[in-house]
Design a protein around this ligand. Structure first.
Ligand code: RIB
Ligand code: CA
Length: 314
Protein backbone atom coordinates (compact mmCIF):
# COMPACT_ATOMS: atom_id res chain seq x y z
CA UNK A 1 0.00 0.00 0.00
CA UNK A 2 1.37 3.42 -0.90
CA UNK A 3 2.39 5.95 1.74
CA UNK A 4 -0.67 7.76 3.11
CA UNK A 5 -0.34 11.49 2.38
CA UNK A 6 -0.12 13.39 5.69
CA UNK A 7 -2.47 16.41 5.60
CA UNK A 8 -0.60 19.74 6.04
CA UNK A 9 -2.00 21.43 9.15
CA UNK A 10 -1.56 24.41 11.51
CA UNK A 11 -2.48 23.80 15.17
CA UNK A 12 -3.99 26.73 17.16
CA UNK A 13 -4.19 25.46 20.74
CA UNK A 14 -4.48 26.28 24.46
CA UNK A 15 -2.35 23.46 25.92
CA UNK A 16 -3.87 22.03 28.01
CA UNK A 17 -3.64 18.30 28.55
CA UNK A 18 -6.01 17.10 25.83
CA UNK A 19 -4.33 19.64 23.53
CA UNK A 20 -1.02 17.89 24.33
CA UNK A 21 -2.35 14.52 23.19
CA UNK A 22 -3.88 16.17 20.13
CA UNK A 23 -0.48 17.69 19.26
CA UNK A 24 1.24 14.31 19.70
CA UNK A 25 -1.21 12.65 17.31
CA UNK A 26 -1.04 15.50 14.82
CA UNK A 27 2.77 15.32 14.77
CA UNK A 28 2.45 11.61 13.95
CA UNK A 29 -0.41 11.72 11.44
CA UNK A 30 -0.12 15.16 9.84
CA UNK A 31 2.46 17.45 8.30
CA UNK A 32 2.42 20.08 11.09
CA UNK A 33 3.57 23.37 9.52
CA UNK A 34 3.21 25.46 12.68
CA UNK A 35 1.63 25.84 16.11
CA UNK A 36 0.10 28.87 17.83
CA UNK A 37 -0.99 29.40 21.42
CA UNK A 38 -4.04 31.22 22.72
CA UNK A 39 -5.21 31.99 26.26
CA UNK A 40 -7.82 29.46 27.35
CA UNK A 41 -7.24 26.47 29.62
CA UNK A 42 -4.52 28.59 31.23
CA UNK A 43 -3.07 32.04 30.52
CA UNK A 44 -1.09 32.79 27.34
CA UNK A 45 2.36 32.65 28.99
CA UNK A 46 1.57 29.08 30.03
CA UNK A 47 -0.08 27.94 26.82
CA UNK A 48 2.79 29.41 24.77
CA UNK A 49 5.46 27.84 27.01
CA UNK A 50 3.56 24.53 27.04
CA UNK A 51 3.22 24.41 23.25
CA UNK A 52 6.99 24.83 22.92
CA UNK A 53 7.71 22.26 25.64
CA UNK A 54 5.42 19.61 24.13
CA UNK A 55 6.90 20.15 20.65
CA UNK A 56 10.49 19.99 21.98
CA UNK A 57 9.65 16.76 23.78
CA UNK A 58 7.96 15.04 20.84
CA UNK A 59 9.79 16.23 17.77
CA UNK A 60 13.32 16.99 16.72
CA UNK A 61 12.15 19.09 13.80
CA UNK A 62 11.97 22.82 14.16
CA UNK A 63 8.75 24.58 13.15
CA UNK A 64 7.16 27.96 13.91
CA UNK A 65 5.52 28.31 17.33
CA UNK A 66 3.80 31.68 17.75
CA UNK A 67 1.96 33.37 20.63
CA UNK A 68 -1.53 34.73 20.07
CA UNK A 69 -4.14 36.50 22.17
CA UNK A 70 -3.72 37.10 25.88
CA UNK A 71 -7.49 36.87 26.33
CA UNK A 72 -10.92 36.87 24.69
CA UNK A 73 -12.16 39.71 22.48
CA UNK A 74 -14.66 41.19 24.95
CA UNK A 75 -15.12 38.83 27.92
CA UNK A 76 -12.72 38.36 30.84
CA UNK A 77 -10.43 35.32 30.50
CA UNK A 78 -11.75 32.21 32.23
CA UNK A 79 -9.27 29.35 32.69
CA UNK A 80 -9.66 25.65 33.60
CA UNK A 81 -6.96 24.80 36.20
CA UNK A 82 -9.16 22.07 37.73
CA UNK A 83 -8.77 20.05 34.51
CA UNK A 84 -5.25 21.03 33.47
CA UNK A 85 -3.41 22.29 36.57
CA UNK A 86 -2.26 25.87 37.21
CA UNK A 87 0.49 25.52 34.60
CA UNK A 88 -1.72 23.72 32.08
CA UNK A 89 0.14 20.39 32.00
CA UNK A 90 -0.52 19.04 35.50
CA UNK A 91 2.80 19.19 37.42
CA UNK A 92 4.82 18.69 34.22
CA UNK A 93 4.21 22.21 33.00
CA UNK A 94 6.00 25.20 34.48
CA UNK A 95 3.85 26.57 37.29
CA UNK A 96 5.42 29.96 36.63
CA UNK A 97 5.82 31.28 33.10
CA UNK A 98 7.51 34.44 31.86
CA UNK A 99 5.13 36.96 30.31
CA UNK A 100 5.16 36.81 26.51
CA UNK A 101 7.40 39.57 25.17
CA UNK A 102 5.08 42.28 23.75
CA UNK A 103 7.59 42.53 20.88
CA UNK A 104 7.17 38.85 19.97
CA UNK A 105 5.33 38.55 16.64
CA UNK A 106 1.74 37.40 17.11
CA UNK A 107 0.40 34.55 15.01
CA UNK A 108 -2.08 36.67 13.02
CA UNK A 109 0.69 38.87 11.62
CA UNK A 110 2.85 35.78 10.94
CA UNK A 111 -0.05 34.19 9.05
CA UNK A 112 -0.45 37.39 7.03
CA UNK A 113 3.24 37.72 6.08
CA UNK A 114 3.54 33.96 5.35
CA UNK A 115 0.23 33.64 3.48
CA UNK A 116 1.77 31.91 0.48
CA UNK A 117 3.24 29.16 2.72
CA UNK A 118 -0.05 28.37 4.47
CA UNK A 119 -2.45 28.84 1.54
CA UNK A 120 -4.68 25.75 1.36
CA UNK A 121 -3.41 23.95 4.47
CA UNK A 122 -5.84 22.88 7.20
CA UNK A 123 -6.27 24.82 10.43
CA UNK A 124 -7.16 22.86 13.56
CA UNK A 125 -8.29 25.09 16.46
CA UNK A 126 -8.59 23.40 19.84
CA UNK A 127 -8.88 26.45 22.11
CA UNK A 128 -10.95 29.62 22.22
CA UNK A 129 -11.16 31.13 18.72
CA UNK A 130 -9.65 34.50 19.62
CA UNK A 131 -6.57 34.18 17.36
CA UNK A 132 -8.67 33.20 14.37
CA UNK A 133 -11.15 36.05 14.92
CA UNK A 134 -8.35 38.61 15.32
CA UNK A 135 -6.68 37.32 12.14
CA UNK A 136 -9.92 37.85 10.20
CA UNK A 137 -10.41 41.33 11.70
CA UNK A 138 -6.82 42.42 11.04
CA UNK A 139 -6.35 40.73 7.64
CA UNK A 140 -9.77 39.84 6.12
CA UNK A 141 -8.16 37.84 3.29
CA UNK A 142 -7.01 35.29 5.89
CA UNK A 143 -10.63 34.14 6.29
CA UNK A 144 -10.41 32.40 2.92
CA UNK A 145 -6.89 30.97 2.76
CA UNK A 146 -7.33 27.78 4.78
CA UNK A 147 -8.16 24.51 2.97
CA UNK A 148 -10.45 23.86 5.92
CA UNK A 149 -10.88 25.21 9.47
CA UNK A 150 -11.68 22.49 11.99
CA UNK A 151 -12.94 23.76 15.35
CA UNK A 152 -13.04 21.71 18.52
CA UNK A 153 -15.77 23.74 20.12
CA UNK A 154 -19.43 24.06 20.88
CA UNK A 155 -22.40 21.74 20.97
CA UNK A 156 -24.43 21.10 17.83
CA UNK A 157 -27.81 22.88 18.03
CA UNK A 158 -30.45 20.37 19.10
CA UNK A 159 -27.93 17.70 20.16
CA UNK A 160 -29.17 15.43 22.93
CA UNK A 161 -26.43 16.18 25.48
CA UNK A 162 -26.44 17.25 29.11
CA UNK A 163 -24.31 20.32 28.26
CA UNK A 164 -25.46 23.30 26.20
CA UNK A 165 -22.28 25.32 26.59
CA UNK A 166 -18.74 24.21 25.77
CA UNK A 167 -15.62 25.85 27.28
CA UNK A 168 -13.90 27.21 24.13
CA UNK A 169 -17.06 28.95 22.90
CA UNK A 170 -18.10 30.07 26.39
CA UNK A 171 -14.69 31.70 27.04
CA UNK A 172 -14.84 33.74 23.81
CA UNK A 173 -18.36 33.69 22.35
CA UNK A 174 -17.73 36.80 20.23
CA UNK A 175 -14.73 35.17 18.52
CA UNK A 176 -16.69 31.99 17.80
CA UNK A 177 -19.61 33.99 16.37
CA UNK A 178 -17.16 35.96 14.20
CA UNK A 179 -15.57 32.74 12.85
CA UNK A 180 -18.99 31.28 12.03
CA UNK A 181 -19.77 34.48 10.12
CA UNK A 182 -16.55 35.13 8.21
CA UNK A 183 -14.81 31.72 8.14
CA UNK A 184 -14.88 29.57 4.98
CA UNK A 185 -14.81 25.75 4.81
CA UNK A 186 -15.38 25.62 8.59
CA UNK A 187 -16.01 22.28 10.27
CA UNK A 188 -17.26 21.85 13.83
CA UNK A 189 -16.35 18.94 16.11
CA UNK A 190 -18.30 19.61 19.28
CA UNK A 191 -18.56 17.87 22.62
CA UNK A 192 -21.79 16.19 21.45
CA UNK A 193 -19.52 13.79 19.46
CA UNK A 194 -16.33 14.16 21.55
CA UNK A 195 -18.13 12.98 24.67
CA UNK A 196 -19.22 9.84 22.82
CA UNK A 197 -15.60 9.01 21.88
CA UNK A 198 -14.36 8.29 25.39
CA UNK A 199 -11.06 6.55 26.19
CA UNK A 200 -11.42 3.72 28.74
CA UNK A 201 -9.40 4.32 31.92
CA UNK A 202 -7.64 0.95 31.52
CA UNK A 203 -6.14 2.19 28.24
CA UNK A 204 -3.82 4.44 30.26
CA UNK A 205 -1.74 1.32 30.91
CA UNK A 206 -0.88 1.18 27.16
CA UNK A 207 0.98 4.48 27.21
CA UNK A 208 4.28 2.92 28.31
CA UNK A 209 4.75 1.47 24.80
CA UNK A 210 4.95 4.84 23.08
CA UNK A 211 8.33 6.37 23.83
CA UNK A 212 8.51 10.02 24.85
CA UNK A 213 4.90 10.71 23.85
CA UNK A 214 3.68 7.89 26.07
CA UNK A 215 5.92 9.06 28.91
CA UNK A 216 4.62 12.62 28.63
CA UNK A 217 0.99 11.49 28.53
CA UNK A 218 1.51 9.07 31.44
CA UNK A 219 2.73 12.10 33.39
CA UNK A 220 -0.08 14.55 32.55
CA UNK A 221 -3.21 12.49 31.82
CA UNK A 222 -3.92 11.21 35.37
CA UNK A 223 -4.44 14.80 36.60
CA UNK A 224 -6.89 15.54 33.75
CA UNK A 225 -8.66 12.17 34.10
CA UNK A 226 -9.45 12.72 37.79
CA UNK A 227 -11.55 15.72 36.78
CA UNK A 228 -12.73 14.74 33.29
CA UNK A 229 -13.73 11.12 33.91
CA UNK A 230 -17.46 10.64 33.76
CA UNK A 231 -17.92 13.75 31.55
CA UNK A 232 -19.49 11.48 28.94
CA UNK A 233 -21.56 9.69 31.59
CA UNK A 234 -19.14 6.78 32.05
CA UNK A 235 -16.99 6.96 35.24
CA UNK A 236 -14.58 4.38 33.76
CA UNK A 237 -13.70 6.48 30.73
CA UNK A 238 -12.73 10.04 29.87
CA UNK A 239 -13.13 12.44 26.92
CA UNK A 240 -10.22 13.66 24.80
CA UNK A 241 -12.00 16.47 22.98
CA UNK A 242 -9.02 17.94 21.08
CA UNK A 243 -7.85 14.48 19.94
CA UNK A 244 -11.25 14.00 18.26
CA UNK A 245 -10.73 17.21 16.26
CA UNK A 246 -7.38 15.93 14.90
CA UNK A 247 -8.96 12.55 14.10
CA UNK A 248 -11.69 14.34 12.10
CA UNK A 249 -9.08 15.92 9.80
CA UNK A 250 -7.07 12.72 9.26
CA UNK A 251 -10.06 10.36 9.15
CA UNK A 252 -13.23 12.32 8.25
CA UNK A 253 -14.72 8.96 7.21
CA UNK A 254 -15.09 8.08 10.89
CA UNK A 255 -17.69 10.84 11.26
CA UNK A 256 -21.14 11.73 9.95
CA UNK A 257 -21.42 15.35 8.78
CA UNK A 258 -24.28 17.79 8.21
CA UNK A 259 -24.14 21.37 6.83
CA UNK A 260 -25.80 24.12 8.84
CA UNK A 261 -25.21 27.91 9.29
CA UNK A 262 -24.29 28.68 12.91
CA UNK A 263 -24.32 31.60 15.34
CA UNK A 264 -23.48 32.01 19.03
CA UNK A 265 -25.42 33.48 21.95
CA UNK A 266 -22.92 36.09 23.13
CA UNK A 267 -24.40 37.40 26.40
CA UNK A 268 -26.71 36.40 29.23
CA UNK A 269 -27.52 33.05 30.83
CA UNK A 270 -27.30 31.21 27.48
CA UNK A 271 -23.89 32.76 26.64
CA UNK A 272 -21.79 30.34 24.58
CA UNK A 273 -24.72 28.37 23.20
CA UNK A 274 -24.30 27.52 19.49
CA UNK A 275 -27.54 28.08 17.59
CA UNK A 276 -28.70 27.88 13.99
CA UNK A 277 -28.07 31.16 12.22
CA UNK A 278 -31.27 32.61 10.67
CA UNK A 279 -31.24 31.89 6.93
CA UNK A 280 -31.70 35.58 6.04
CA UNK A 281 -28.37 36.37 7.72
CA UNK A 282 -26.83 34.39 4.83
CA UNK A 283 -23.93 32.79 6.78
CA UNK A 284 -21.96 30.08 4.97
CA UNK A 285 -22.81 26.54 6.13
CA UNK A 286 -20.56 24.94 8.74
CA UNK A 287 -19.93 21.22 8.28
CA UNK A 288 -20.96 19.84 11.67
CA UNK A 289 -19.87 16.38 12.86
CA UNK A 290 -23.13 14.77 13.95
CA UNK A 291 -21.88 11.27 14.82
CA UNK A 292 -18.66 9.28 15.26
CA UNK A 293 -17.54 5.67 14.86
CA UNK A 294 -16.23 5.28 18.42
CA UNK A 295 -14.44 1.96 17.85
CA UNK A 296 -12.89 3.29 14.66
CA UNK A 297 -11.77 6.43 16.52
CA UNK A 298 -10.14 4.45 19.32
CA UNK A 299 -8.43 2.18 16.79
CA UNK A 300 -7.10 5.28 14.99
CA UNK A 301 -5.72 6.75 18.25
CA UNK A 302 -3.66 3.68 19.14
CA UNK A 303 -2.63 2.91 15.56
CA UNK A 304 -1.36 6.50 15.32
CA UNK A 305 0.41 6.30 18.69
CA UNK A 306 2.43 3.36 17.23
CA UNK A 307 4.43 6.10 15.46
CA UNK A 308 6.11 6.81 18.81
CA UNK A 309 6.87 3.12 19.37
CA UNK A 310 8.60 3.09 15.98
CA UNK A 311 10.30 6.49 16.53
CA UNK A 312 11.32 6.35 20.21
CA UNK A 313 14.06 8.93 19.70
CA UNK A 314 11.67 11.75 18.85
O1 RIB B 1 -14.49 21.99 26.09
C1 RIB B 1 -13.31 21.27 25.81
C2 RIB B 1 -12.27 22.16 25.20
O2 RIB B 1 -11.93 23.23 26.08
C3 RIB B 1 -10.94 21.44 24.94
O3 RIB B 1 -10.32 22.06 23.85
C4 RIB B 1 -10.16 21.71 26.18
O4 RIB B 1 -8.74 21.64 25.96
C5 RIB B 1 -10.56 23.13 26.46
O5 RIB B 1 -9.77 24.00 25.64
CA1 CA C 1 -8.03 22.87 24.11
Amino acid sequence: MGMVQKPPVWLDMDPGIDDAWAMALALAACDVRGISAVAGNVSLPHTFANAQKILRTLSVDDRPVLPGAIGPLLTPLMTAPAFHGVGGLADWGETTAAPVDPQDERVWSWWSTHRAEIQGIHLIATGPLTNLAISFLAFPALADIWGSITLMCGVMPGAQTDKAQEFNVYVDPHAADYVFHWGRRVRLVGIHVAHQALIPLEDLSRLGHYGKAGAMLSRVLPFYVQEARGEGGNPNAFPVDDVVAVASVVRPDLFQWRDMPLAVVREGPLRGTVVLSPIDVKRPPVQVATDIDVDGFRQWVWDTMEYYAEHPTT
